[in-house]
Design a protein around this ligand. Structure first.
Ligand code: A3P
Length: 257
């Protein structure tokens, strides 16, 4: 029994990862199930499926339930057992204009990533699939094929931002985590942008301000030109317009000026 959490980079991984980790930790402690909860040793294992040494799969295989595993991978790159064993998957998606905006600032601040001279250069790379982790539209369209599975829950960054209490409740319910209103509320407070940013020195060291930049919706309006808006609107329509995930993103509301 384990939980998978999948997401394209810069869509709120750290945020929802913290929500999920907190929910599980509180629940396990409450059930006095400490033996199977994530202990300090396990937490040392960086929770991303695709990041680490070759012995990582072996070690992750041995972790007791409940395992919370993060990934940016496409469904076709996940071990088949994830689907066969009906692991619960939380799919977090964010409006593509804010993903691009956030990704651009992230690349500028993170030297190991490709750096782009200008926003225009970045935009071209983003739209022509030349990004680390690939093309976001492809990510959406490939995951869309799984969106109706009963073991998959999709949540958008924007809906979580609009109503974090409801979002956290829905995530807890999906994973069968029964907590009181107060416990849920404490998770909401501890995972607010302000709290996480404040705590980021401790959790992310010198990278704190990079991972917790603005934490809002529509920052894309500060970067996109008319022409870029048109290009992205067209690409969105072509790749995911009318699909389940496409509709879930409420493109008209969040991505039109
Ligand atoms: P911005 O660059 O728009 O500020 P990831 O964790 O997948 O790399 O995503 C990073 C984005 O999530 C950044 O977006 C970051 O500020 C935002 N973020 C991180 N923690 C958040 C939180 N608690 N609430 C809302 N947004 C958050």
């Amino acid at each position: 029994f384990y939980k998978q959490f999948t997401i394209f980079p810069l869509s709120g991984t750290n945020w929802v990862g913290q929500i999920l980790t907190d929910l599980v930790a509180i629940f396990e402690e409450k059930m006095q199930n400490k033996a199977s909860s994530m202990n300090d040793e396990e937490l040392e294992e960086f929770p991303y499926l695709e990041i680490g040494d070759t012995g990582k799969y072996e070690r992750m295989n041995k972790l007791p339930s409940r395992r919370v595993i993060f990934t940016h991978l496409l469904p076709e790159n996940l071990p088949r057992s994830v689907f066969k064993n009906k692991a619960k998957i939380l799919l977090l998606i964010r409006n593509p204009k804010d993903v691009a905006t956030s990704f651009y600032h992230f690349c500028k601040a993170m030297p190991p990533l490709p750096s782009y001279e200008t926003w225009n250069d970045f935009f071209i790379a983003f739209m022509t699939k030349k990004m680390p982790w690939g093309c976001y539209f492809e990510y959406l369209s490939k995951w869309n094929k799984y969106a109706a599975d009963e073991n998959i829950m999709t949540i958008t960054y924007e809906e979580l931002k609009e109503n974090p209490v409801l979002g956290v409740k829905n995530i807890a319910a999906f994973f069968g985590i029964a907590l009181t209103e107060e416990e849920l509320q404490s998770v909401v407070e501890r995972t607010s942008f302000q709290s996480m940013k404040k705590n980021s020195q401790k959790t992310h060291g010198a990278f704190g301000n990079i991972f917790f930049r603005k934490g809002g919706v529509s920052d894309w309006k500060n970067l996109f030109s008319e022409d870029q808006n048109e290009k992205m609107d067209k690409a969105f329509e072509e790749h995911v317009g009318g699909t389940t995930l496409g509709k879930k993103l409420k493109y008209e509301l969040y991505c039109k000026a």
